[in-house]
Design a protein around this ligand. Structure first.
Ligand SMILES: O=C(O)CCC(=O)C(=O)O
Ligand SMILES: [Fe+2]
Length: 198
């Protein structure tokens, strides 16, 4: 059984995980495609507590023409969809029951790259839409922590897996991908989002 429910709270936070969302063929094709466009990735200059810092990972955005999604003071223009990314988007849209027009891709070059505790900004997203997170490459632990109870969940995100956050997840939980010493393989993470137009 590759599907599991990670969170289903009374206050409406939902997190689902499918360890084997992509087939082996889809997985290697998308990984190869992302490796090919790796030179488009760079560090985010993130505004945090009034200071600008370089993100400890590389980032690149793909999406429909002319879309803007701002987070933490960053306003990235999108690259056009690449074929395998578009194919994955279409399958994920079918699974989630709504379209996606934006994909934020993180590249964690080694276990030293990470993302700290945060909740994703949902005010620019279509209300009720999901954030669907596709992982490729190195297996890394992903953590979710309830903002008031501190209840913590950890999932080892496999290559080709899909984790979907929806409902009130961003309101009640933070998430992080911590450093993991000793990991030498890169990991790509693609979060598909439905950004509000205009
Ligand atoms: O790499 C991950 O699994 C999480 C990425 C993430 O939380 C984000 O891009 O907002
Ligand atoms: Fe996030």
């Amino acid at each position: 059984m590759s599907h599991s429910k990670i969170i289903a709270d009374a206050d409406g936070a939902i997190v689902d995980y499918d360890a084997e969302f992509l087939s082996a063929g889809e997985r290697s094709a998308l990984l190869a495609e992302l490796e090919q466009v790796q030179d488009r990735f760079d560090r985010d200059r993130v505004l945090m507590y009034g200071k600008t810092i370089d993100s400890p990972r590389l980032v690149c955005a793909f999406g429909d023409d002319g879309l803007h999604y701002r987070y933490a003071g960053v306003d990235r223009t999108t690259h056009p969809w690449t074929p395998h990314l578009r194919a994955a988007r279409d399958r994920i849209a079918a699974a989630c029951g709504h379209p996606f027009n934006y994909a934020l891709v993180n590249l964690y070059r080694t276990g030293d790259d990470y993302i700290g505790w945060h909740a994703d900004k949902v005010s620019d997203l279509v209300p009720g839409s999901a954030i669907a997170s596709l992982s490729l490459g190195a297996v890394r632990p992903f953590q979710l922590r309830h903002k008031s109870t501190d209840a913590t969940h950890e999932v080892l995100l496999a290559s080709g897996s899909l984790l979907v956050m929806r409902g009130t997840c961003q309101q009640f939980y933070k998430h992080a991908l911590p450093r993991r010493r000793g990991v030498t393989e890169p990991r790509f993470n693609v979060t598909f989002r439905h950004v509000r137009a205009g």
